[in-house]
Design a protein. Structure first.
Length: 546
């Protein structure tokens, strides 16, 4: 295979230009064309910290310069990186392309370029081989879903994950902000959502079959200024943040805060707590005008926090909404009759269609899990296909955009090896190689239909990832493999060169070490990481999208 300089994700084309090397030094500066200055600031903050070099502004015609330029002839997010004897030139099809080229530059400088302070190494030089890299992404949606509802992640942890996403050229953070176990975003017109809904009294340890409990209260939420900071931090790294407010299921935390949101004609909603265990919850939102107005208010504040230029999509969940309460509810049955609907599936479709129209009128696009197909898909909706490929295939064939994230391939909360050595051995076994061989576009789709697969996403649900160390362990190194699938124009899964990927990962582990990532070691869990059989057994059959 061609020499790809241990780069991850692998670029489309890398061409060496002899044996020469360019050395960064005290005279090295950065020339930033208008539109690329954000990348220049990022380079000074990261490479400047790691190397101790000032990287001051310089003119583009001067030697010993890192030149940042825009070239509209290149693809969106594409870049060309050239290293010669006079410096480095990064040309991008847009500002994002320049930034992704800067990420490649950092990789070429070696693992120590990922440190936050220079190591005391007398005589150390920072050199780059003379080469040209031509690169562009396969997909425009290269995502990671982070569930902060089941276990809250403090703001600093979210910012850290954004940096790690950027290092792997991922550009969408799907931010799962609400669920039965907690509401994580401040909504000023509905303050009890965080005053009451952000906290639960205890937490199930392990998965549903576990007999163990953590009796400490758990919770937390992001203020609106926290959200604005996260969105701005992501935008500076050319990452879109897609917020998810789950409706009409996975809503017990909201019903605990405001009992009138639930089906109070069939259950005592005033006694429902923030849920302390995992699984599919029967308590769903009531299909009333009051509920619609309440969530319109939620989304109004959300649209202000997530501006359209950086977050055009709003995720409304729509998964795992049991219909038992609606079947038993006189109010829900009256609403079905009033609207002339066939059944409860169509009632959920009516609920989703309402917010599709509401968001469209405000210049946004609705996206939801593939259950939103049931009862008829809202006209402008995009589908996150999690229950395998079928939902995505159906949506693409009907002309809807799709993000492929099938649980069997890219749920990174699932176990990474067979046996009991994994810290919490749940779900399907999905090894590093399994993730590397994932193919987002099903062969059943025609070329025209395949264009509706706008991208792919790896999902991390956090029932059993209670802190940063466990999140790192589940995500890495598998997210490195996923990043290559999402970015690179790789051959068919069976033809992918996993041995070459492993070879490049041997160097990439050094970068992760420098970043302080607690990844799963290539040989399996370390002794202190093992908790054999402590917290449950693998799922039998297809686990739910908990």
């Amino acid at each position: 295979m061609a020499d790809h300089m241990d780069l991850i994700p692998v670029p489309r084309r890398l061409t060496r230009a002899g044996d020469g090397r360019y050395a960064l030094g005290e005279r090295t500066g950065i020339a930033a064309q208008e539109g690329t200055r954000g990348t220049a600031r990022w380079l000074r903050a990261t490479l400047g910290a790691a190397t101790g070099l000032e990287l001051a502004p310089k003119g583009a015609d001067e030697d010993d310069t890192v030149r940042l330029l825009l070239d509209p002839a290149l693809e969106p997010e594409g870049y060309r990186l050239r290293v010669t004897g006079t410096g480095v030139t990064i040309e991008g099809g847009d500002a994002a392309g320049v930034f992704w080229g800067a990420q490649t530059l950092r990789q070429l400088l070696g693992p120590d370029a990922y440190r936050r302070a220079p190591l005391p190494a007398p005589g150390r030089t920072w050199t780059l081989p003379h080469l040209t890299v031509d690169d562009a992404p396969r997909f425009r949606w290269r995502g990671m879903m982070l569930d902060v509802a089941r276990h809250f992640m403090p703001k600093a942890g979210v910012l850290r994950q954004l940096d790690l996403m950027a290092a792997h050229k991922l550009n969408v953070l799907h931010f799962h902000l609400t669920d039965d176990q907690g509401w994580r975003v401040e909504i000023k017109r509905h303050p009890k959502l965080t005053e009451r809904g952000a906290w639960r009294s205890r937490t199930k340890l392990g998965h549903r079959a576990s007999p163990l409990w953590d009796e400490r209260p758990h919770g937390g939420f992001y203020t609106q200024d926290d959200i604005r900071e996260i969105v701005a931090y992501a935008a500076a790294r050319h990452i879109a943040v897609v917020p998810e407010i789950d409706v009409p299921g996975h809503s017990q935390a909201a019903i605990h805060a405001y009992p009138e949101l639930g089906n109070s004609d069939v259950v005592d909603t005033s006694s429902l707590p923030v849920w302390d265990t995992w699984g599919v919850n029967p308590n769903v939102l009531a299909p009333t005008d009051n509920t619609l107005r309440f969530y319109e208010g939620v989304f109004e504040e959300l649209l202000d926090l997530f501006p359209a230029e950086t977050s055009p999509f709003i995720h409304v969940g729509g998964d795992e909404c049991p219909k038992d309460q609606w079947r038993a509810s006189p109010a829900a049955q009256a609403r079905i009759a009033e609207l002339g609907l066939k059944d409860e599936d169509e009632l959920q479709s009516w609920f989703i269609r309402h917010f599709d129209s509401w968001l469209s009128a405000r210049g946004r696009r609705l996206i939801g899990w593939d259950e939103i197909l049931e009862g008829g898909l809202a006209p402008g909706a995009t589908v996150s296909s999690w229950r395998g490929y079928e939902g995505g295939i159906t949506a693409a064939q009907a002309g809807h955009d799709v993000v492929m994230c099938p649980e069997q391939q890219v749920y990174l909360n699932y176990r990474q090896a067979p046996g009991d050595d994994e810290p919490v051995p749940i779900g399907y076994v999905r090894t590093l190689e399994d993730v590397y061989r994932f193919e987002p576009v099903p062969p059943r789709l025609s070329a025209e239909q395949a264009r509706h697969v706008i991208g792919t996403q790896a999902n991390l649900w956090t029932e059993v990832t209670e802190d940063e160390r466990r999140v790192d362990y589940q995500l890495y190194p598998r997210l490195c493999a996923f990043g290559e699938v999402a970015w690179s124009g790789l051959p068919a899964p069976g033809a992918r060169d996993f041995a070459d990927f492993e070879r490049r990962m041997a160097a990439h582990y050094g970068r992760l070490d420098a970043l302080g990532v607690g990844y799963r070691p290539p040989g399996g869990p370390l002794p202190w990481q093992r908790r054999p059989g402590l917290l449950g057994r693998p799922f039998e059959g297809a686990p739910p999208n908990v």
